[in-house]
Design a protein around this ligand. Structure first.
Ligand code: SF4
Ligand code: SF4
Length: 467
């Protein structure tokens, strides 16, 4: 290639796909993909959407299946309540998730972006489909945008934006249902004036979603999303990605059925560019703007099939696979990430499996030493915080372990009933016969029972007089 040709071929590196040479927004008019990969992704998208919209309605044992109430610090996963005290489980879950994503990216590139990211799912399978349905193919959309404001254009634009707003409102409501629960959401909708603050917030989020899907669109993936920006650090030559087989495709050249082909298999039809939702040309090599959506694979496979060329000119492959023909290799970085992921997952499972539904914390009352009672006992005052993470009130009893003739004397109501989903505070004395208190400070054990069921034993200090 001549130097000027090389510069021209490399010019895509000088700007991002969403901006024109003149610095204006480069609006992407993507062709609707068709083919094997798109069809699988579409089915998965319907499944994700169904799960997303249905989960807030699911209740088990009268509890939401999932609730992420960050405002009140209340979290329910699989109908189990997690409290801020369980936050370390979330921390481990988050770290596991990040390592999982990192490992996935090192091995499988942007598989998450193309197959599971909510932005891609909503954009490609809800909003862009509405747009194709109302405004037609990319060329029809372009024509409509460039045409004057006729009644048809006003009608189409109004319908499209009304549907965009409607879906954004639905998405914002569903997210709110994950935060406050579906019952509270219905309550709010029934009395909007009494929840005006929340409703304004909801409207704000709906407008945010609307502006993302109606106007910002591919810029989220190509410029804003931090995960997308991380790709360049995580990718290596063995990372699987959607790649153009330049060895097979180049030199590209138009197809002429009457002439013997002297070019590579790429017929420069640009179908792969036309379907790309981020407006890039995959033939330029790996680019950060590629969200791994597979649309270009389907488009190119259809062209190859029509010409009776082998499929897979664009396919899932690593850079090394394309360059050397070497098969997929599980390198050291992948092994290290996998080991870390297995460890974190085991820790995660262990933490969830051993997580208690009732947590007991006992401490001596602050500023108190001990008292001598008239019946010759030493008495210490204690405060207990017992968290009932279940959704049922629970009667419990306290027991002093291993001290003959020692007793627990509750301050106030002798029947302790732990209120559901609450932190219960209990104050009580521990009385021990004076002759048994032989140390200035000793350890005692207190057990909590619900009926016959032992819940937890905690240790605390007991203070006595100097001997
Ligand atoms: S769709 Fe395939 S043949 Fe057409 S330009 Fe893209 S890579 Fe070349
Ligand atoms: S280059 Fe291909 S896989 Fe990447 S975003 Fe564009 S169409 Fe999707």
């Amino acid at each position: 290639m001549r130097e000027d040709e090389l510069l021209q071929a490399d010019s895509y590196r000088d700007r991002i796909s969403s901006v024109t040479e003149g610095g204006k927004r480069n609006w992407v008019y993507a062709l609707m993909p068709e083919g094997k990969w798109y069809s699988i992704r579409q089915k998965l998208a319907w499944l994700y959407l169904a799960v997303f919209f249905v989960i807030p309605f699911i209740k088990v044992n009268d509890m939401p299946f999932v609730l992420i109430n960050v405002v009140d610090g209340k979290f329910i996963l699989f109908s189990k309540i997690f409290w801020p005290q369980d936050f370390f489980i979330f921390a481990v879950a988050m770290i596991t998730f990040i390592v999982f994503i990192a490992l996935f990216t090192v091995v499988y590139g942007r598989l998450f972006c193309g197959w599971a990211c909510p932005q891609t799912i909503f954009m490609e399978f809800v909003f862009r489909r509405i747009e194709w349905w109302i405004e037609g193919s990319p060329s029809q959309q372009r024509k409509l945008n460039e045409s004057p404001w006729t009644a048809t254009k006003i009608g189409k634009k109004t319908l499209k934006h009304a549907l965009f707003l409607g879906f954004s409102w639905l998405i914002a409501n569903t997210f709110l249902a994950y935060v406050v629960g579906i019952d509270r959401l219905w309550e709010m909708m029934g009395q909007p004036l009494e929840h005006i603050g929340l409703l304004l917030g909801l409207l704000g989020f709906a407008l945010l979603f609307y502006s993302v899907f109606a106007f910002v669109r591919d810029i989220v993936c190509t410029t804003i999303c931090p995960y997308g920006r991380l790709q360049s650090v995580l990718f290596d030559p063995d990372t699987m990605q959607i790649a153009y087989d330049h060895k097979r495709g180049e030199p590209r050249g138009k197809y002429n059925k009457n002439a013997t082909r002297t070019f590579g298999d790429c017929i420069d039809c640009k179908k792969c560019v036309q379907v790309c939702p981020t407006g890039i040309d995959i033939r330029n090599g790996v680019q950060m703007e590629c969200v791994g959506c597979t649309a270009c694979i389907d488009a190119c496979d259809a062209v190859m099939e029509k010409l009776s060329f082998p499929k897979g000119l664009i396919r899932y492959a690593s850079e090394n696979e394309i360059n050397t023909g070497r098969k997929f290799r599980f390198n050291n970085r992948m092994k290290a990430y996998t080991a870390l992921l297995v460890l974190l997952s085991a820790l995660m499972i262990g933490l969830v499996a051993t997580r208690k539904t009732i947590d007991v914390y006992v401490s001596r009352a602050r500023g108190q030493l001990f008292q001598e009672t008239s019946d010759n006992k030493i008495s210490n005052l204690y405060e207990a915080k017992i968290i009932n993470k279940t959704n049922k009130d629970l009667p419990i009893s306290l027991q002093l372990d291993g001290v003959d003739n020692g007793a627990i004397r509750l301050v106030g109501n002798p029947d302790i009933v732990l209120k559901k989903e609450s932190i219960n505070e209990i104050t009580f004395f521990v009385d021990i016969p004076k002759e048994q208190v032989v140390q200035r400070s000793s350890h005692i054990a207190l057990s909590v029972y619900s009926g016959e069921r032992h819940i937890q034993t905690v240790e605390t200090k007991f203070l006595g007089p100097f001997q």
